[in-house]
Ligand binder design. Structure first.
Ligand code: ADP
Ligand code: MG
Length: 397
């Protein structure tokens, strides 16, 4: 079912509450990755250019006590946004009260205001994160309409999304949320085929639901990364000291049976004794592994095998690195997969998952994917086939 977006409503002269996801990584007060701010610009610009009054808010990190406030203020994000938009963004360092209300009442059409980290409301009783009824109602009272554009928190029912939506006339999607629904939602509900999913990352336990759901909808499910060793062990291979979840072996066996040939595992690996960025001591099939060795990446034959499977795909969803890509000697598999996906100009290619998205960007493939999701946890739950509360609240067309 398609969702209403800001294109479907009148914003002119309206106080438009926009829940953005400005939960950006910060180090010593500096934003280290501004992708989420950049991705929110189209919605903000649209509201402003069409004469709406844009009232922006977001969470940033976790705020448990008053001491956390200094490092969790959204002030640096407001300055960065102002620079990106080349337009004044009035920052109000409050989450409620007269100062905020007066500032909103003084706004003119086309103005932008941003208020403080919604999680400042978590200090006394987790009001934001527990969707406190009074808080959602209060924030809803500050505006006329609600635009949810925060995909990164769409898997959570908080006061700043579900709470507001329950207390306001209409909730629509912003352009970023629309894009995430179109690509991730589209891939799991109505993919162009062949649909190849490529999964990796550290743990099977994090991704059981994803594997299970994708086995229902994808034509092939490639499994690499740390997860692969639990599956290889389940097939009876020794995996040395590689990552392996013994308590998930039965489940891995079940998934392999259910898969009926859909699951493709790596066929060669990079072996080493220590978890260090030293070149692999040897490369080969899993049967070559010594009891005191671990596999930290897939090998060249696996990269080739995966490339052949990906070559025919019309839809690709990639979630989870193929190896310990943070170490250059074990980044080959992840880079190889990026290269194979980059060669598919007509396929819809989607990256979900925080580390995979970071890898795609870090290795210079950002522009080669159709869509890089801005939500780590949210994209995982969406790929699991779950209904996300932050999407549920958006009115249907
Ligand atoms: P995403 O955030 O994309 O969903 P995950 O968080 O599931 O991905 O997994 C990312 C982590 O998996 C990375 O830190 C990476 O180092 C680790 N990883 C990948 N392959 C291996 C491996 N063979 N052994 C140990 N860790 C691995
Ligand atoms: Mg991760």
């Amino acid at each position: 079912m398609s969702k209403k977006t800001i294109r479907d409503i009148e914003v002119s002269g309206k106080k438009v509450l926009i829940r953005v996801d400005f939960n950006v990584p910060m180090q010593d007060g500096e934003i280290t990755d501004e992708n989420r701010i950049v991705e929110a610009l189209p919605t903000i610009k649209y509201v402003v250019e069409n004469g709406g009054r844009a009232i922006l808010f977001s969470h940033l990190g976790r705020v448990k006590s008053v001491e956390d406030k200094a490092s969790a203020t959204l002030a640096p994000v407001a300055s960065r946004l102002q620079a990106l938009l080349q337009k004044e963004v009035k920052f109000v360092p409050e989450t409620r009260g007269k100062v905020l209300e007066d500032a909103i009442n003084q706004m003119q059409d086309g103005d932008i205001l941003m208020f403080e980290n919604t999680r400042f409301e978590d200090i006394e009783g987790k009001k934001e994160s527990k969707n406190d009824a009074e808080l959602g109602k209060y924030w809803a009272s500050l505006g006329d309409i609600f635009v949810n554009d925060a995909f990164g928190t769409a898997h959570r029912a908080h006061a700043s999304n579900v709470g507001i939506a329950s207390n306001i006339k209409e909730t629509v999607a912003g352009f970023l949320l629309e894009k995430e629904i179109k690509f991730i939602g589209g891939a799991v509900s109505n993919p162009k085929r062949p649909f190849v999913a490529i999964l990796g990352g550290a743990k099977v336990s994090d991704k059981i639901e994803v594997i299970s759901n994708l086995l229902n909808v994808a034509d092939k499910v490639i499994i690499g990364g740390g997860m692969a060793y639990t599956f290889l062990k389940a097939q009876g291979f020794e995996v040395g000291t590689s990552l392996c979840e013994i308590e998930k072996l039965d489940l891995a066996k079940e998934l392999l049976e259910k898969a009926n040939g859909k699951i493709v595992l790596p066929i060669d690996f990079r072996f080493t004794k220590e978890f260090e960025n030293e070149p692999a001591s040897h490369v080969g099939p899993i049967t070559d592994i010594q009891p005191d060795e671990m596999a930290l990446d897939i090998g060249p034959k696996s990269i080739e095998l995966f490339a052949e499977i990906l070559a025919t795909a019309k839809t690709v969803v990639w979630n989870g690195p193929m190896g310990v890509f943070e170490m250059s000697n074990y980044a080959y598999g992840t880079i190889g997969v990026c290269e194979s996906i980059a060669k598919l100009p007509t396929a819809t290619t989607i990256v979900g998952g925080g580390d995979s998205a970071a890898a795609a960007i870090q290795f210079g493939f950002a522009s080669k994917f159709t869509h890089i999701s801005t939500g780590g946890g949210a994209s995982l739950e969406y790929l699991e086939g779950k209904v996300l509360p932050g999407i549920e609240i958006v009115a249907n067309k």
